[in-house]
Design a binder for this molecule. Structure first.
Ligand SMILES: C[S@@+](CC[C@H](N)C(=O)[O-])C[C@H]1O[C@@H](n2cnc3c(N)ncnc32)[C@H](O)[C@@H]1O
Length: 400
């Protein structure tokens, strides 16, 4: 079990001196050098929050950050990760500063957090990303690999077929002695890269608490999960509304947050009493928008862990873990499609992909017009199963 989160009011420079804990992960989201007062109002319009982000010069800003980063380095474990969040205004300076304090070899990644924006009032390219520098103190750092879904343009062979190297060391699909494909067993997805496509909080997002420059829990969840382990101590010395602490609470870590702003500390404490997270459904919607328009098929496979297959007319999805290392294919019958035609194309797909089995889900709407039966299936590894709707329809018909 994780310990209770702690929120401290004060300048992190001085407050860090009093901390006894050693942190495996420090996430810093300081003011970005916008040279304005950052303001926002709560969704009900009742409260306004603000913090100061005005500086006499870039030098004074960097001095301020340097002193606080040095203080952070006194409270970390020997293999800690430091994740420093900034944007185009200071990213070039921030990386140099971190390299000066930690050493060039401590640099691990420049993570680009990208999100969709729809309007740009200024002349020029619309900024649509921020930067998170990931540095580590030692070499034995924590890194928990995470996987994302396949891109809609991934073709089915990439999902199912083993790869090998040819004589020129080029990656190619592997084939057996008789020219048959070799299945590659279960696949987890694509390892997360250094470009993170995570939606910014929209004005109506449930988790929005009205704090200026509040970050999404989905972003902090990924940071916390990838760079720390359960029960680790995680520090956010510029915690604002406490997004990091919500994420640490969610993932069983112990969070400590510090903020100069008394209102932020109060907000953060109340947020931890009742954490609200906007479901990352939007992430899915982003991906979904590339899919075929007839995606109603997915509802027929509810209850199965499947990976959707795109751009393949014979297969809608594959079973995530396959069956004894072999792929299992699915295709849902669409309006106007005949089971026998689907059986033929599924039989070919099963053969070609060396699949353990192919399932066609018969849609109840088709049953009467179809009139074809299960035993007309053409290949012994192709099965026709009735959808729930189809079964209910048949049961009701039998009642008459
Ligand atoms: C970019 S905001 C953090 C937003 C936060 N990540 C969130 O999701 O709500 C930066 C915060 O740093 C705080 N801050 C600025 N200087 C500070 C300092 N020396 N010590 C602690 N907090 C500081 C500001 O009050 C502000 O809340």
């Amino acid at each position: 079990m994780s310990g209770e989160s702690e929120v401290i009011h004060g300048d992190c420079l001085t407050e860090l001196r009093g901390l006894k804990d050693r942190f495996a992960l420090v996430y810093l989201d300081p003011p970005f050098f916008t040279n304005t007062t950052q303001r926002a109002v709560t969704r009900d319009g009742r409260n306004e929050y603000s913090y100061e982000d005005s500086w006499p010069s870039m030098e004074s800003y960097l001095e301020y950050m340097k002193a606080r980063l040095e203080a952070v380095l006194n409270v970390v474990t020997e293999n800690a990760s430091i994740v420093y969040h900034c944007d185009r205004r200071t990213s070039h300076h921030a990386r140099l500063l971190l390299e000066t304090l930690l050493g060039v070899d401590s640099f691990r990644s420049e993570i680009v957090w990208t999100y969709k924006r729809w309007s740009n009032s200024k002349k020029g390219l619309m900024p649509a990303h921020q930067t998170l520098f990931w540095f580590t103190v030692g070499d034995d750092y924590i890194f928990n690999q995470r996987f994302e879904g396949y891109s809609p343009t991934t073709n089915v062979d990439q999902l199912l077929q083993m790869r090998t190297r040819d004589s020129r060391n080029k990656s190619v699909y592997a084939y057996g002695d008789n020219g048959s494909v070799i299945p590659n067993g279960a696949k987890k997805g694509v390892p997360v890269s250094d470009v993170w496509d995570i939606p910014y909080l929209n004005p109506k997002a449930k988790e929005r608490v009205g704090y200026p420059t509040q970050k999404p829990v989905a972003l902090l969840s990924r940071v916390v999960e990838m760079f720390s382990n359960p029960e680790d101590y995680v520090l956010d010395p510029f915690c604002g509304s406490g997004t990091t602490l919500v994420a640490t609470q969610l993932h069983g870590r112990t969070g400590v947050g510090i903020d100069l702003n008394q209102d932020a500390v109060a907000l953060c404490r109340s947020r931890l009493q009742n954490p609200v997270i906007t479901q990352s459904k939007v992430l899915e919607v982003g991906r979904e928008s590339y899919r075929r328009s007839d995606d109603a098929w997915e509802s027929y496979l509810i209850g199965l862990d499947v990976t959707p297959v795109h751009r393949n007319s014979s297969i809608d999805a594959v079973l995530e873990n396959g069956h004894h290392g072999l792929p299992v294919l699915f295709r849902v019958q669409r309006p106007g499609e005949s089971i026998s035609a689907l059986s033929i194309s599924m039989a070919e797909a099963v053969e070609k992909k060396q699949a353990a089995a192919g399932f066609i889900v018969r849609n109840r709407n088709q049953r009467a017009a179809q009139g074809r039966l299960f035993n007309e299936v053409l290949c012994d590894r192709v099965y026709v199963v009735d959808s729930v709707g189809c079964q209910v329809h048949a049961a009701l018909a039998a009642l008459n």
